[in-house]
Design a protein around this ligand. Structure first.
Ligand SMILES: [Zn+2]
Ligand SMILES: [Zn+2]
Length: 157
């Protein structure tokens, strides 16, 4: 489990080195922003936080480097809606297994921490699948979609 940003940076450096990539200043800036946000963020959110911190991160550089970081298993991209990709640090890197809650109305995405009951239910579901088809389940990525509490309030007001 990665609990400090220093540990995070050294693990990222190792992952990049496996693919002969260097941990450049721009890449470090992106990882720093994602670590601080600690929730899935869009490219524009990443750029906004970077500029608040006076980090120089041009949009094309950010986009290109996010793709490389994704390739090296540092970043995971999830699709919140048809036109919105969000980025977060990969589970393999942080050791923080979790799921996502995606609001269909406002597009807000939040982490849902897992617990043993939920994981047991999900592994039962995986066993059911493996009973029916020839597929070895080794993990899962679960995003729950729905209406967040903010949007719910607006609706019932
Ligand atoms: Zn919402
Ligand atoms: Zn899970």
């Amino acid at each position: 489990m990665i609990d400090t940003q220093d540990k995070c940076h050294s693990s990222v450096e190792e992952l990049l080195a496996e693919k002969n990539q260097r941990y450049t200043t721009h890449r470090k800036s992106i990882v720093r922003v994602l670590f601080e946000l600690s929730k899935p963020a869009s490219l524009s959110e990443i750029l906004a936080v970077a500029s608040q911190r006076s980090i120089n991160l041009p949009i094309s550089t950010a986009y290109r480097n996010l793709a490389i970081l994704e390739d090296c298993g540092v970043v995971r991209r999830l699709i919140a809606s048809e036109d919105l990709g969000l980025y977060e640090l990969a589970e393999a890197l942080t050791g923080n297994h979790h799921h996502h809650l995606i609001c269909e109305q406002c597009g807000d995405v939040n982490d849902l921490s897992s617990n043993s009951n939920l994981e047991r239910a999900l592994s039962r579901a995986a066993e059911m699948v493996m009973d029916q088809i020839d597929f070895q389940v080794t993990g899962h990525r679960i995003d729950l979609t729905g209406i967040c509490s903010n949007c719910n309030k607006v609706d019932s007001a």
